[in-house]
Design a binder for this molecule. Structure first.
Ligand SMILES: O=C(O)CCC(=O)C(=O)O
Length: 247
């Protein structure tokens, strides 16, 4: 499968690209069922809501926000990350061969009912240490995602916007209390997703998500690829995990 020129231009302009029905629903169901087992038994490595928001509350300590290191958890997860259909698409958008990075987004991401928190506006690159910014995350919806259960919101074109340091708080979240930022945030978009839809988005794109206000857990899959010429900076977390070239 390959992208047409419009889709490539759309990604370059907006910093993201939505592709509907990329993975069959029955495959999504299999991934989701395995993820549920890992969630049920809290199989490490995990990130809790408490760790994410830095609040030591019993409710959030038990709530899993992310199952890390998805690649090594199950052959089914690995198969999705090594899917052959998507490789030419990633190569088109990166402009070179894609390499899976397992240091960062390599996760089952959740918004669990009742115990999730919002994700504030940020760029994924905030904690990543690479020689360049040519990295793309692949978000796979495993069930319906909407504003009620915490679907992603994006600011089109923000991957190319230049902001001063004061635009971000001490955790590198894009500040919502600044008037200049509010004008940027007013441009936000989001779209409901169905199981099997994917969103490809640039590592510099501003995005956020609501807490899940529905009665059902939301479970998604996200992984990241880099262009092969982009190098993890030695001595940082980004360099401490294996990389898998998608030949
Ligand atoms: O909370 C979400 O659903 C999005 C997660 C995210 O953007 C992140 O962890 O970088």
């Amino acid at each position: 499968m390959e992208l047409d020129q419009d889709q490539i231009e759309q990604f370059e302009r907006d910093g993201f690209l939505l592709m509907r029905g990329f993975l069959e629903k029955r495959n999504c169901e299999i991934i989701k069922e395995i993820a549920k087992v890992h969630l049920k038994y809290a199989i490490e490595p995990i990130e809790t809501e408490s760790e994410y928001i830095g609040i030591n509350d019993e409710r959030y300590k038990k709530s899993i926000r992310r199952l890390r290191q998805a690649y090594d958890r199950d052959i089914v997860f690995r198969e999705w990350m090594e899917n052959r259909e998507i490789r030419p698409i990633l190569q088109q958008l990166l402009g070179e061969r894609a390499v899976l990075v397992t240091a960062h987004h390599n996760s089952i991401m959740t918004k669990l009912a009742h115990t999730s928190t919002q994700t504030c506006w940020h760029r994924d690159s905030r904690y990543w240490s690479y020689s360049g910014k040519n990295l793309i995350s692949v978000w796979l919806a495993l069930s319906v995602e909407n504003s009620q259960n915490g679907v992603l919101e994006f600011i089109p074109g923000s991957h190319k916007m230049v902001f001063d340091n004061a635009s971000f708080d001490d955790k590198s979240f894009f500040r919502v209390d600044r008037e200049e930022n509010q004008k940027v945030i007013a441009q936000k978009v989001s779209f409901d997703l169905e199981a099997g839809d994917i969103v490809l988005f640039h590592s510099e794109l501003l995005h956020r998500a609501n807490a899940n206000r529905s009665e059902e857990d939301k479970i998604s899959f996200v992984y990241t690829v880099k262009g092969e010429s982009v190098k993890a900076i030695e001595g940082t977390r980004s360099s401490k995990f294996k990389e898998i070239p998608l030949l």
